[in-house]
Design a protein around this ligand. Structure first.
Ligand code: ADP
Ligand code: MG
Length: 694
């Protein structure tokens, strides 16, 4: 039975352990195959078997379980913020009276009252959530903190109690803000699309919400306006800035027949555009959707943190119980040891640890999407960081793929006949060679082709007037006539055209290197990534390209399956990324640790194929991607290390009796959360991304 997927909005979850618990309980529901919470997006992803559970039942199960786990939104949050603030004010007031002294009712008594009141107010939200956790039999952070506050009050440590309530509230607020910011930066991608557009209906201009406009209709986009829907220009000329999608600042000239994309900016002329896609399906919408889905594909480090958090809390709780109970049994002062145990409980809050990895991942994914590099998940990003080899396809990847073609007839055939047959066969192919031959044949009438067949990485085959014809590699033909030998020894790229046993002639092909290729390759080499050229083309042109670009390792005349073999061979030596255009190299893209697909925006192959899509048709994205991946991995590792180190430090001090509840929450939570989220946000700062040298 085919599993189906569903995403349910659950609002922001309070604690990481709650997220794990919600996942566990949903996975236990009959018919649910996989449950995964994205605490930053506030979403639950479910894979389920529709034969065993209906989607409505899923929603009901989720709200039954998560109703009490989910963090209250809006109004509730403001009230909690207010209570935290009140606790802070009372903490300050109590501290002041304590220092001022000399008051009629005695400074200690008054400050104790103020502290106590503050602890009660600030502890209220914690207690409320702890109670609902208890009712659900969950072991959450709130329960731990509530026990700690109650314990401190019971021991008349009011200063500790109010500080704990206040600082825990502050840590919460910080975490919410970080999550909110990540969520917003995802939405910002889509906010570039205007809400309304001008549509032409029966000769009249109507301004309508973009959702109300369907494919086939014509919209009018004036100078200075942002395009509302994907479409094709049917009238007008304008420079359009596609920076929103490609990250490329230079505007592109759009005229009749040019594709235009939602979210791009019309700088000067007026354009009439025939809509090709509904707004929800626009290129930009799909990019945003892929970035959002990318969150589901967790990085290995992220999964490790998840697993760790699951054992972490119970382990610390167990230790706390031992710390409180054992020493008093041995005759040590109970009060002091109970306090130490309470400190340990506070330390058990893995807030900063839990937010450390996802915050960095989202930050990196959004940062790359802004540069038109679409990374489909944390796993891909982490793999990119570990890449040692970059396998490269030649045609369309290192070269522009805009080949120029020249017919060379043999055996007395006419150039026209050669072109007509080749172009007729190539009509069914998307290969750059096919497009070049198609351009040669403009204006010619082409014969009908039956039983067309693409031979991936070799050529095309078809039947014309009862005769089998081929276009493709010389190996497809035998015997080879004498003229061909000479052409082959010349070392240019070529394909032969004709019957399998009698070629009519050759078509010579020449291609241009992408202007940025040389620099992109040398940047990669600087980054310690070794480029390896894997091409289906002949050895001579392959080596010429490699030499021009400074690529040392070249393997030519490969079939698509041999490219896969080479990727596997490289993999045995280290992490491998494969960069290709998606034509004939999809299997190699899939075989690599990271498949990077290269292509112009709007081509579905580019968006769909591979783990990473370079949407701006520019090789300089590859070194940028590698350095972003490495920086992200460094930030993640740094974050986990900081969060853990601070926790361990506080725990060690607590165990030695040198610390207080205040220090535990101040350093272990507030401090760590600040460091960790600040560190993650650094990834989004554009100037820190490796750029081309200028
Ligand atoms: P590359 O590795 O350069 O991208 P491919 O694997 O796509 O090359 O193709 C390898 C070779 O197969 C080409 O150089 C060409 O000789 C032949 N070939 C592939 N597709 C076609 C086609 N549609 N028409 C003619 N020849 C083709
Ligand atoms: Mg190719």
């Amino acid at each position: 039975m085919e599993a189906r997927e569903k995403t349910i909005e659950i609002g922001s979850l309070h604690c990481p352990t709650c997220a794990r618990q919600l996942e566990g309980r949903m996975a236990a529901v009959e018919g649910v195959e996989r449950a995964q919470v994205d605490p930053l997006a506030g979403k639950l992803y479910l894979a389920y078997d529709p034969a065993r559970i209906a989607p409505e039942e899923l929603e009901r199960a989720v709200s039954a379980i998560s109703g009490h786990i989910a963090h209250p939104e809006g109004e509730e949050k403001r009230r909690e913020g207010f209570l935290t603030l009140a606790a802070g004010v009372l903490l300050a007031a109590g501290g002041l009276t304590f220092l001022l002294g000399d008051l009629p009712i005695g400074p200690t008594a008054l400050s104790t009252v103020l502290f106590g009141l503050g602890a009660l107010l600030g502890g209220l939200p914690v207690a409320r959530r702890a109670l609902s956790e208890l009712r659900r039999r969950l072991l959450g952070i709130d329960l731990l903190v509530a026990i700690a506050i109650t314990g401190a009050l019971a021991l008349e440590e009011t200063f500790e109690a109010v500080s704990l309530a206040f600082l825990f509230g502050v840590a919460e607020w910080l975490e919410d803000r970080a999550a909110g910011r990540a969520r917003r930066s995802l939405r910002e991608l889509l906010d570039r699309v205007p809400k309304r557009a001008t549509v032409l209906r029966e000769g009249r201009e109507l301004e309508l919400p973009v959702e109300a406009i369907s494919p086939g209709e014509v919209i009018l986009v004036r100078p200075g306006e942002t395009v509302g829907l994907d479409g094709v220009v049917i009238r007008g000329r304008a420079s359009v800035s596609e920076a929103a999608i490609t990250g490329e600042a230079t505007p592109v000239l759009k005229e009749e027949g040019s594709p235009v994309y939602a979210g791009t900016l019309n700088e000067d002329g007026a354009l009439e555009i025939r809509v090709t896609r509904p707004v929800g399906d626009s290129t930009l919408a799909r990019i945003a959707q892929l970035v959002e889905e990318a969150r589901q594909h967790k990085a290995p480090t992220e999964r490790l943190v998840d697993r760790f958090a699951r054992y972490y809390t119970p382990a610390v709780v167990g230790t706390a119980v031992l710390v409180a109970a054992l020493p008093p049994l041995l005759g040590l002062p109970p009060r002091e040891w109970v306090l130490r145990a309470l400190t340990l409980l506070v330390i058990a809050c893995p807030c900063a640890l839990a937010i450390s990895t996802p915050a960095a991942m989202v930050s990196a994914l959004v940062a790359s999407a802004r540069r038109a590099i679409l990374v489909k998940g944390g796993a891909a990003l982490e793999a990119v960081a570990k890449v040692r080899y970059l396998a490269l396809d030649k045609t369309g990847t290192l070269t522009t793929g805009e080949l120029s073609a020249r017919p060379v007839p043999l055996d007395g055939a006419s150039p026209e006949e050669l072109i007509r047959i080749a172009a007729a066969l190539e009509r069914g192919s998307e290969h750059p060679i096919a497009r070049a031959i198609g351009r040669l044949a403009e204006g010619l009438s082409l014969p009908r082709v039956e039983s067309f067949q693409a031979l991936p990485g070799r050529g095309v085959r078809g039947v014309i007037q009862g005769q089998e014809y081929l276009v493709g590699r010389p190996e497809l033909f035998s015997p080879l006539p004498k003229g061909v030998e000479e052409l082959l020894s010349d070392g240019t790229s070529l394909v032969l055209v004709g019957r399998p046993d009698r070629p009519l002639g050759a078509i010579l092909l020449s291609d241009r290197l992408r202007p940025e290729a040389r620099e992109a390759i040398s940047r990669l080499v600087e980054l310690g990534v070794k480029p390896v050229l894997l091409t289906g083309d002949r050895a001579a042109p392959a080596h010429a390209v490699a030499e021009a670009l400074g690529i040392e390792e070249v393997h030519a005349e490969l079939l698509p399956e041999q490219k896969v073999e080479w990727v596997r061979t490289l993999k045995a030596r280290g992490g491998v990324a494969m960069l290709g255009d998606g034509v004939n190299d999809a299997p190699a893209l899939a075989a690599a640790d990271v498949g990077i697909a290269m292509g112009k925006i709007g081509t579905d192959v580019a968006i769909e194929a591979g783990d990473v899509a370079l949407m701006r048709d520019d090789l300089s994205g590859v070194p940028e991607l590698v350095s972003l991946g490495r920086r992200s991995l460094a930030v993640i590792r740094g974050n986990v290390a900081v969060a853990l180190a601070l926790k361990l430090l506080v725990a060690a001090l607590a165990f030695a009796g040198y610390t207080s509840l205040v220090l535990a929450v101040l350093v272990g939570d507030v401090g760590a959360t600040l460091v960790v989220t600040g560190n993650a946000m650094r990834l989004q700062r554009p100037e820190r991304i490796a750029r081309r040298n200028t």
